[in-house]
Design a protein around this ligand. Structure first.
Ligand SMILES: [Zn+2]
Length: 298
């Protein structure tokens, strides 16, 4: 079995838990090396914890929250990303410290990601779909675009001019989804963006839920984590013919030596109805939110 060196790049800590985290957990379990890049601390994203703290009666409020600095809150978010990485089995977590909600396509950011690619030397890169869904500028597709431009950059360096060798080791890019960019179908004849790879994440769905459980800052833990996974990953699983799945899209078509017939296709058996029995249900996964997750100064 060949092992992979996988680089995952997302704009926010939450994406590292909610997008391709099941797939990351599966690859970590098979011994692949995972480097997770979290570009911002997500310090202005879905401020549910802050909202809840400020909504408490004055007597119950932690005075430290009212005086909270950007650095303190970034550390709070950093700890969430660290716990997510731990749950998923990520080998190295890299923070770039970019400003949340301010990821624009610029040369410095491309150069920064290019430097990470040159250092990590991945053969697989996972990042968010770089296509803007509608006219709105957004950190997620912007990050995907920066990663794609960085890949172009690293592949086209000339030692004599640039002081670094070209890197051609990235064999495959997989774009992931947050839900909503893709069509609600797995038929390639449906107009719109149809994922071309589904990964069955049922075996590790508890890890995905536990990763999302760490996001107390955004109120994603507990019931919300289970609702998101049941409603979205469960819907993706219905499309993919399994309990829970994650969708991906590759930038270009794949060439095979012969017609591809992976084990799942070869061993497929007739089922009158795909029944949901004897497999995990997100709501039955116990909480993995530690008490310290609620504290600004644990
Ligand atoms: Zn995000």
């Amino acid at each position: 079995m060949e092992n992979h060196n996988i680089l995952v790049v997302y704009p926010h800590p939450a994406d590292s838990a909610t997008e391709a985290s099941g797939t990351v957990a599966l690859h970590a379990e098979r011994g692949d090396k995972i480097t997770s890049v979290v570009a911002t601390y997500g310090e202005r994203h879905h401020m549910q914890w802050l909202h809840d703290e400020e909504s408490k009666p004055a007597a119950e409020q932690d005075p430290a929250v009212a005086r909270m600095t950007l650095e303190e809150y970034r550390n709070f978010k950093k700890r969430e990303a660290e716990r997510i990485a731990e749950v998923l089995g990520v080998n190295e977590l890299v923070f770039l410290g970019w400003n949340d909600h301010e990821i624009y396509f610029d040369l410095d950011k491309v150069a920064e990601i290019a430097e990470v690619i040159r250092r990590v030397k991945p053969d697989i890169v996972i990042t968010h779909l770089p296509i803007h869904n509608g006219a709105v500028d957004n950190d997620h597709p912007n990050t995907g675009q920066i990663v794609m431009k960085a890949l172009e950059t690293v592949a086209n360096r000339v030692r004599q001019f640039d002081g670094v060798d070209a890197y051609h080791g990235v064999k495959q890019v997989f774009f992931s989804f947050a839900a909503g960019e893709e069509v609600n179908s797995n038929s390639v004849f449906t107009p719109g963006i149809v994922p071309d790879v589904w990964v069955d994440t049922s075996a590790v769905i508890d890890k995905k839920i536990h990763a999302i459980d760490q996001l107390v800052s955004q109120g994603y833990h507990g019931e919300t984590a289970r609702w998101v996974v049941e409603a979205r990953d469960g819907r993706w699983g219905m499309l993919a013919g399994c309990a829970y799945a994650e969708p991906f899209l590759r930038p270009t078509a794949i060439t095979y030596d012969t017609l591809p017939m992976p084990p799942r296709v070869v061993s497929k058996e007739y089922e009158p109805t795909v029944l949901h029995s004897g497999r995990t249900t997100a709501h039955n996964v116990p909480s993995a939110t530690p008490p310290a997750a609620y504290l600004l100064h644990p």
